[in-house]
Design a protein. Structure first.
Length: 177
């Protein structure tokens, strides 16, 4: 009976939340000049009131549109800025947040052909309310990639038709007879 009581105490007292952030892309292949929407979804988070993390991508291939940034969190405590390697996101709130929520969604515009990977820098931290030590059970290992290709112009249909007709006329031999 003592063991059952201790087991129940541990199960209710030590609630294990392994927070996971996943990266969702609207597409993984796009043309130069097209837009890519990225959603950073947070799942199964324990209570936190502050976080600081960096999201990296190749800024020579994509341009960030900061005006497209949205979040489920309080917008007054949400701060973001573009960095040389991507996007820095910070958040501070005096009430605790937890559960599943949209951490951030934003749009990137493809500038140049190439391939870019999207990931979180390992130095990101989430903090529980009233503590100065970061939560240790947050998974920042999510990654995704997208490829930008340059548009290839199609030859004009009428130009090809004209070329074919010219070839037929030049190859036609006059009949004598």
């Amino acid at each position: 009976m003592k063991k059952l009581f201790i087991l129940l105490t541990f199960l209710t007292g030590f609630n294990a939340h392994a927070g996971l952030i996943d990266i969702e892309l609207s597409t993984d292949r796009l043309l130069q000049g097209e837009s890519l929407e990225i959603r950073l979804n947070a799942r199964d988070f324990a209570e936190f009131d502050y976080f600081d993390l960096d999201f990296s991508f190749d800024s020579s291939i994509f341009s960030l549109d900061l005006t497209s940034l949205v979040t489920d969190l309080d917008p007054f405590g949400f701060v973001s800025s573009q960095t040389a390697s991507g996007l820095a996101i910070s958040f501070l709130d005096f009430s605790a947040n937890s559960g599943d929520f949209l951490l951030a969604a934003f749009t990137l515009t493809a500038l140049n052909p190439g391939s870019s990977s999207f990931s979180f820098e390992p130095d990101g931290n989430f903090y529980a309310p009233g503590t100065s030590s970061p939560l240790t059970d947050i998974d920042f290992s999510a990654a995704a990639s997208a490829q930008v290709t340059a548009p290839v112009p199609e030859p004009g249909g009428s130009a090809l038709l004209l070329l074919a007709l010219t070839g037929l006329l030049l190859l036609r031999r006059p009949q004598r007879g």
